[in-house]
Design a protein around this ligand. Structure first.
Ligand SMILES: Cc1ncc(COP(=O)(O)O)c(C=O)c1O
Length: 489
């Protein structure tokens, strides 16, 4: 599909955005030749972009502590009453992002599905424009869940026909934006269908839609955190099977609607590819029924995203084995009739392991009974909410290894909430002491994307490492940026 599609009209914000993307936020930093050679040799042995060399933690060829040091020097803040530190800080690896996309592409090719299976990046996982641009350059499409995500996808140059606007509560302006630009939309409910029809009529434009199916699964068949399940009987997403015919009737009668496919996303952090075979079978069944009712344009099956990653880095033997991208693609490919094309919507499995959150230890304290060793760091739930929100596990590593004793720690942030933690009862090989830097792993997905300004904390900067160099791809917020929208012009 990538080759067949013509690039459609761009949103008028394109020049503005291009200008933004080209802003030399700060100079690109380079590391020395000797460091580079050593790092190259070490990295060649490792499958991920993050590794230790001489007890220092690296992202690609750049020592993490060096990035933090440089950033601190160039923070530009010389006010003693303001935050001058570089941490918390998100650091991403460009090479890892490319590797993750390539692993999907290789799997698609091995399954003989090139041109019939399309990777639509789930922008919600990480909407940084620079990362989106990298993904787009790999000929991926985009799945978006808000008007602004859609604008970001259009403005970073995603082919409009390869953008899908999803969402259970789309507003009229969002539907209009999608339709004007020739993007596809998911129909999520009866009222959503009515709204899409109404906008399509106003614009006199055919809406190419996929129908999002809610197959009403049991929680036990999608063994993930309940907040991450999206196709259960009581989920708010998609059209339950018993309402399907009613919605179909509405769509069928409408001149400006073309149903081009079916969609189902069952949830996130899925470990076993068999779930995707089940979803494919369910959608193929429904497709078959629709074909017998005369639907001729059902080109796509969109089986959603949701493949998990190894957040535990091999340290949790109790977890069921994690299917690879190859197993996922194979699970679908083996079931497909030749006239069907598949859209997959990975977010996490493309970007999660591309990023770390670097944080500095502010100090430590013990609970009165000695049951808890709290390590207080400068990152918090506003920078990474997954542990507080879903009790999610993120691996924690020291940025510099040192000889010290093992211990069990709660790594907590400075936010005024008892639920503000990044890790609980975590066994660490070395005691974190004041001033130490720590890396919270796998925050590339749903890290910065879910960050907030709670407690009036400025959201952290994002840095992108590319081999020997790195650049800031999002500046850290400051007091002025926090209050800008509260003050009169
Ligand atoms: C419809 C849809 N597609 C794709 C995704 C991406 O999921 P993940 O990042 O786990 O791959 C999500 C995430 O919730 C989603 O809701």
């Amino acid at each position: 599909m990538c080759k067949q599609l013509k690039v459609g009209p761009r949103d008028s914000l394109q020049p503005v955005l291009s200008a933004i993307l080209q802003i030399p936020l700060i100079a690109v930093f380079e590391i020395s030749k000797q460091q580079k050679n050593m790092a190259n040799a070490q990295q060649a042995k490792l499958s991920t972009a993050f590794y230790y060399l001489n007890d220092n933690f690296y992202c690609e060829n750049s020592p993490v502590h060096q990035i933090e040091n440089e950033l601190e020097k160039t923070s530009g803040c010389d006010d003693d009453d303001d935050d001058r530190s570089a941490t918390p800080l998100y650091i991403y690896s460009q090479a890892q992002l490319h590797r993750n996309i390539q692993s999907y592409k290789d799997a698609i090719q091995s399954a003989g599905m090139s041109g019939r299976m399309h990777i639509f990046y789930a922008v919600k996982a990480n909407p940084n424009l620079h990362l989106m641009e990298l993904v787009r350059k790999q000929n991926c499409g985009a799945v978006t869940v808000s008007g602004y995500e859609l604008k970001a996808a259009l403005n970073t140059g995603f082919v409009p026909e390869m953008i899908l606007l999803n969402g259970n509560g789309k507003q009229m302006w969002e539907i209009r934006l999608a339709l004007k630009n020739g993007c596809m939309l998911n129909v999520d409910s009866y009222f959503d269908a009515e709204n899409i029809i109404s906008v399509a009529r106003q614009l006199q434009k055919t809406a190419r839609v996929l129908i999002r199916v809610n197959p009403g699964l049991e929680q036990s068949s999608t063994p993930v955190h309940s907040y991450l399940s999206t196709a259960l009987k009581n989920s708010k997403f998609g059209i339950p099977l018993h309402q399907f015919d009613q919605v179909l009737e509405l769509l069928r009668a409408e001149h400006f609607i073309q149903v081009v496919g079916l969609h189902c996303h069952v949830g996130s952090t899925i470990r076993d590819a068999f779930i995707y075979s089940d979803v494919t079978r369910i959608l193929l069944d429904i497709r078959q029924k629709l074909i017998t009712q005369g639907y001729a344009h059902l080109k796509y099956l969109d089986i959603g995203g949701g493949l998990g990653i190894d957040y535990y880095h091999g340290t949790n033997q109790e977890q069921s084995p994690l299917s690879s991208t190859g197993e996922l693609i194979q699970a679908i490919a083996s079931l497909l009739p030749p006239d069907v094309e598949v859209i997959i919507e990975p977010g996490r499995s493309l970007v999660a392991n591309t990023g770390i959150l670097v944080t500095k230890v502010l100090g430590s304290k013990k609970s009165p009974d000695g049951g808890k060793n709290f390590v207080v760091v400068d990152a918090a739930m506003n920078d990474l909410i997954r542990p507080s929100f879903y009790q999610a596990y993120h691996h924690v590593l020291p940025v510099r290894k040192s000889i010290s004793s093992e211990g069990t720690y709660d790594i907590v942030g400075p936010i005024c909430e008892s639920g503000d933690f990044l890790a609980v009862d975590r066994r660490l090989a070395q005691e974190p002491v004041k001033g130490d830097l720590m890396a919270i792993m796998d925050i590339g997905a749903y890290g910065m994307a879910m960050a907030s300004n709670y407690n009036m904390r400025a959201r952290a900067a994002e840095v992108l490492v590319d081999g020997n160099s790195w650049k800031i791809i999002r500046r850290r917020e400051n007091f002025e940026s926090l209050v800008r929208t509260m003050t009169a012009d």
